[in-house]
Design a protein around this ligand. Structure first.
Ligand SMILES: NC(=O)C1=CN([C@@H]2O[C@H](COP(=O)(O)OP(=O)(O)OC[C@H]3O[C@@H](n4cnc5c(N)ncnc54)[C@H](OP(=O)(O)O)[C@@H]3O)[C@@H](O)[C@H]2O)C=CC1
Ligand SMILES: O=C(O)[C@@H]1CCC=N1
Length: 312
């Protein structure tokens, strides 16, 4: 096998990353790649194929991340999707196989990813049940569906992983939460880590924190998108073009994240530093506090978590 180590910039992200390019990848998950990244998989080779059940938004984002990071080759990816038009789009765009019946691929797969909406999970597990075996890893991203429910549908002797995937996969930033049932071993964990690494950061969590993770971290970009929208409107209101206003807000947001990540300082310290006595910032802060900004955010987080709890 020929491997090339390349450093390059992700086009949509300013972070430098190092990727091991494999000129010849003879199995979907490459042992050398894992070892290069400090992830030991042991001797057992994983079946090379991944099957996605459901080819919607999340499946597409995950596929993009996996192909971009060369975790898997297009010929090792099959999507089982009900809509023929969607199958055509996915296969043409990504060079993968997308079909309305993937029974054969599921039988061969090492990893099956359930990426349908929660209500569609029972019909999907019904299809999977006779096709998977004790070596197949079934990974579900369906919000609010616990491992216990999946075990009831698939068997408690099956390897089951529950993931709340990062919603900023295209930026390669943001946490995915993971937990797995007792049938998964260290090698399975290494493999799942390797796969999810391609999407962003990973946090192994106890399942009882999953709903909190969904409502807090997974929904996270929503508050930031809404903030960009509101601040851009404010910029337009005071006379900037929408483009200029949006650009200023986005650069401020990126810069703020970099400063906090790199310094590790508390945001309140940064606010203290920029509020000059009797100045502009402290005036803006006063009015923000009158609008109950912090309380609105906390209540919104709690509402999302309550909803996640109610689905489960
Ligand atoms: N969107 C997000 O940001 C996040 C989503 N999730 C979870 O990811 C899952 C998928 O979400 P998302 O991608 O947004 O949803 P989508 O509705 O975009 O995708 C689901 C896809 O599955 C197809 N489908 C339905 N039933 C079946 C079936 N029996 N077999 C195969 N395919 C089927 C649907 O087709 P059709 O349209 O014809 O029904 C649709 O294309 C959900 O469970 C959600 O909770 C988790 C975290 C974040
Ligand atoms: O809104 C949802 O149901 C999913 C879970 C968190 C983000 N999207």
């Amino acid at each position: 096998m020929v491997r090339l180590c390349t450093t390059f910039l992700i086009p949509w992200c300013s972070k430098k990353i190092v990727v091991i390019q494999q000129a010849h990848l003879d199995n979907g998950y490459n042992k050398s790649y894992n070892e290069e990244n400090g992830i030991k998989r042991g001797g057992r080779e994983m079946s090379k194929d991944i099957v996605f059940c459901g080819g919607g938004n999340m499946a597409e984002n995950i596929i993009k991340g996996l192909l971009y990071k060369k975790v898997v080759l297009p010929e090792n990816v099959t999507v089982n999707e009900l809509l023929p038009a969607r199958c055509e789009y996915l296969s043409k765009t990504y060079g993968i196989t997308a079909v309305t019946n993937a029974d054969d691929a599921i039988k061969r797969a090492g990893l099956v990813i359930i990426a349908v909406n929660p209500l569609q999970v029972p019909p999907v597990t019904k299809v999977l049940n006779p096709l998977i075996n004790e070596k197949t890893i079934v990974l579900s991203i369906a919000a609010g569906i616990p491992i216990k429910t999946l075990e009831n549908q698939l068997g408690s002797d099956r390897k089951i992983v529950r993931v709340v995937p990062n919603t900023l996969i295209q930026a390669g930033s943001g946490y995915s939460a993971v937990c797995m049932n007792g049938c998964c071993d260290d090698q399975d964990k290494s493999l799942i880590t390797h796969v999810l690494d391609a999407l962003g950061q990973i946090m192994y969590l106890k399942e009882d924190l999953f709903n909190s993770f969904s409502g807090f971290s997974n929904v996270g970009p929503l508050w930031l998108y809404k903030m960009v929208e509101a601040l851009t409107d404010a910029g337009v209101y005071v006379g900037f073009s929408r483009t200029d206003a949006r650009n200023m807000v986005i650069k401020n947001m990126l810069g703020t994240a970099v400063v906090l990540e790199e310094t590790g300082e508390h945001p309140a310290v940064k606010v203290d530093q920029m509020t000059s006595p009797g100045g502009v910032s402290i005036e803006a802060l006063k009015v923000l506090q009158q609008g109950n900004f912090s309380s609105a955010l906390m209540n919104s987080v709690i509402a999302g978590i309550d909803k996640a709890n109610s689905i489960e």
